[in-house]
Ligand binder design. Structure first.
Ligand code: XUL
Ligand code: CO
Length: 440
């Protein structure tokens, strides 16, 4: 297929004083920040579903933009998507992409035919990857769209549906491996419940774990060495999603002995739906050794659903990149824009404005987070705040050298300790953060 966006050339980095809307102000792909180029630090990925497939359809109306990319048959549309996606990635200097199997190629009349048609697209992707050097960040299976999955896939009350989902996931894993993907995601589509009156919650969770274990065993048996991720989300589409948040998922992974096999794919808007900050979810993953990948987007403060907006909040992006840097950066994971242009932003050019906004936001976040760490005031404050654990009784507690009786003796001898307690200085710290961010 010939060039689709003829009016738009390669997006250049023009720096912060540029007023060109089709230029990066902060994302300079080959600039080295903190020891790595920005493209390596950020590992941006294009989401196939929103960018190549999302046409603006919502509960109240049909699509507002044409995502057939000049194709007429499903096969042709699928192929055109590949050409256009690689054009978009090239023009935006995005090195990775992520897909659900059915975003690449839809369902046909049988699973066998669906698989055959998917193979054609996977072959085309393989070819494109070798021509361009672009890579697959992660793949996943869309086990929530078709009516067969109305009550869930791995947690369906029906064993035939479970088997169908397993077959679909097997193929999605094979496609991910064929494309050299280093990540495979489980987002719990309809794995949850609407009412406990009809739900055997214990069996559903046991079965979900069975499906995950089978997937890991199968993928490893055919040579997959990448990561598996669970992407927590508390609600939507079901009233209660089993993978509610990182802490809940950790409990699940530990119960079913899957903790060594899975990391988290943290999505910003899912965090806020769970009444957490994005940073909270990242921190919980980091301190539990399961930080993996990120679905970057943002919700709307006034809306209680997953709006999947392109991220423009610098504060959140900065705190996210601070956690990423503290986690030692991405390994197999990256920063996938699980984001969609608003329904009213329907012109093809809006894809570029959306990605430029999101990428510049995270590039600026990376720059500021690096400054936060170099500046050191915030880290120093935290270190000082916990310094009583480095020596004396604090160190003895950490080293496991004291009992409850020892602590009672210590407290009785010491007397009142309120004078040792210091201010948390929240306002001062928020002001330091502003000073670092807006040191104009
Ligand atoms: C849905 C969502 C998914 C996953 C992949 O809220 O985030 O698109 O990222 O299945
Ligand atoms: Co997501």
């Amino acid at each position: 297929m010939s060039e689709f966006f003829k009016e738009i050339g390669k997006i250049q980095y023009e720096g912060k004083s540029s007023t060109n809307p089709l230029a990066f102000k902060y994302y300079n792909p080959d600039e080295v920040i903190n020891g790595k180029t920005m493209r390596e630090q950020l590992k941006f990925a294009l989401s196939w579903w929103h960018t190549m497939g999302g046409d603006g359809t919502d509960m109240f109306g049909c699509g507002t933009t044409d995502k057939r990319w000049g194709g007429t048959t499903p096969e042709e549309i699928a192929k055109n998507k590949v050409d256009v996606a690689f054009e978009i990635m090239d023009k935006l200097s995005i090195d990775y992409y992520c897909f659900h199997d059915r975003d690449l190629s839809p369902e046909y009349s049988s699973l066998a035919e669906t698989n055959e048609k998917l193979d054609i697209v996977v072959d085309m992707l393989k070819q494109k990857q070798s021509e361009t050097g672009k890579k697959l960040l992660w793949g996943t299976a869309k086990c929530f769209d078709h009516p067969r999955y109305m009550h869930g896939a791995g947690t369906s009350p029906n064993a035939d549906v479970f088997a169908y989902a397993a077959a679909q996931i097997k193929k999605a894993v094979e496609s991910t491996i064929a494309l050299g993907g280093q990540g495979y995601v489980f987002w719990g589509g309809r794995e949850g419940y609407e009412t406990l009156l009809n739900t055997n919650m214990g069996l559903e969770l046991d079965n979900m774990a069975r499906l995950m274990k089978m997937t890991v065993d199968y993928a490893r048996s055919i040579g997959y060495t990448g990561d598996f991720y669970i992407e927590p989300k508390p609600k939507e589409p079901t009233k209660h999603q089993y993978d509610f948040d990182t802490a809940t998922v950790l409990g699940f992974l530990r119960k079913y002995n899957l903790i060594d096999d899975f990391k988290m794919n943290i999505e910003a808007n899912h965090a806020t739906l769970a009444q957490h900050t994005f940073q909270h979810e990242l921190r919980t993953a980091r301190i539990n050794g399961v930080f993996g990948s990120i679905d970057a987007n943002q919700g709307d403060m006034l809306l209680g659903w997953d709006t999947d907006q392109f991220p423009t909040n610098i504060y959140d992006a900065t705190l996210c990149m601070y956690e990423v840097l503290k986690a030692g950066g991405f390994t197999n994971g990256g920063l996938n824009f699980d984001s969609k242009a608003r329904r009213g932003s329907f012109e093809p050019e809006d894809i570029f404005h959306s990605y430029i906004a999101g990428m510049d936001t995270f590039a600026l976040g990376l720059r500021i987070a690096t400054k936060m760490i170099e500046d050191g005031r915030l880290d120093q404050f935290v270190a000082d705040r916990y310094s009583s654990w480095n020596t004396g009784i604090g160190k003895d507690i950490i080293d496991g050298k004291v009992t409850m009786a020892d602590l009672e003796k210590y407290a009785l001898e010491k007397g009142e300790v309120v004078s040792a307690v210091k201010s948390g200085r929240q306002e001062m710290l928020e002001s330091i953060m502003n000073n670092i961010m807006f040191n104009l």
